[in-house]
Design a protein around this ligand. Structure first.
Ligand code: ATP
Length: 222
């Protein structure tokens, strides 16, 4: 059975989610107040309707209650975003993802019980900043306020050495949880595993430890 989604707010973020889910064959109900936006998604989403998501009766009429996962991508109007999330929660929607505009907005959404609160601009800013520091930092994912996962190219400082030689845990307090080598993924690598320069390491740890690890072992001198 196809999974059903609703995307409320068809700005750049909501629109992009709607396009991608539809491209992957998912059944998407696209909702926006703005007629032009809705027309833009008529051909893309399974259903596209003009509606105000802050009106509980409208949500009920649209059958939103039966949808597995609703994404609220209303940006500037924080009040509308919070009200919508609250009503979706009351309707008993299984999974609600909401885009937060700032930290206060995020706090309220967490209190209401939104399942996932996303902060796309802030998160993308952090990921790009890490990538700017070094081409060897491929990705950066925040796990909590002070813990992250980084994906880094082993490069010349780590290539040819074993995890014992580098002793990343003792020196930097982070853990190499997996190594990607060509098409293989070595999960929980042994300490004796010899790292190749082209390997990609997945490292988990506290931000301050990851930052030392990046400075000392990932960033290559020019
Ligand atoms: P982005 O950065 O993703 O382009 P944004 O953060 O600037 O978007 P807005 O443009 O403020 O977000 O809102 C996104 C969309 O949500 C807009 O198309 C707007 O019409 C729609 N929207 C706002 N309030 C409601 C509402 N109550 N019901 C349905 N759609 C709404």
């Amino acid at each position: 059975m196809k999974k059903e989604f609703a995307v409320i707010g068809l700005g750049r973020f909501g629109g992009s989610i709607c396009r991608e889910l539809s491209k992957e064959g998912m059944e998407v109900l696209a909702i926006d107040l703005d007629e032009d936006k809705v027309n833009e998604y008529k051909e893309i989403a399974a259903h596209a309707v003009i509606a105000d998501s802050t009106d509980e009766n409208v949500l009920k009429e649209l059958g939103v209650r039966n949808i597995d996962h609703v994404i609220v991508a209303i940006g500037d109007n924080i009040q509308a975003s919070i009200l919508t999330a609250l009503m979706l929660k009351e309707l008993g929607i299984k999974t609600i993802t909401v885009k937060a505009q700032n930290d206060y907005h995020e706090k309220v959404l967490n209190k209401i019980g939104a399942d996932h609160v996303v902060h796309p601009e802030r998160d993308m800013g952090k990921r790009i900043a890490h990538n700017i520091i070094s081409n060897n930092i491929l990705d950066y994912i925040e796990l909590s306020d002070d813990h992250s996962v980084v994906e880094v190219k082993a490069g010349s400082k780590m290539g040819g050495k074993t995890l014992v030689d580098l002793d990343i845990r003792a020196h930097y307090g982070c853990n190499v949880v997996a190594i990607k080598r060509d098409r293989d993924v070595i999960v929980s690598p042994l300490a004796t595993e010899e790292i190749e320069q082209s390997d990609v390491l997945i490292v988990i740890g506290a931000d301050k430890d990851i930052s030392r690890f990046e400075k000392n072992l990932v960033v290559e001198e020019d």
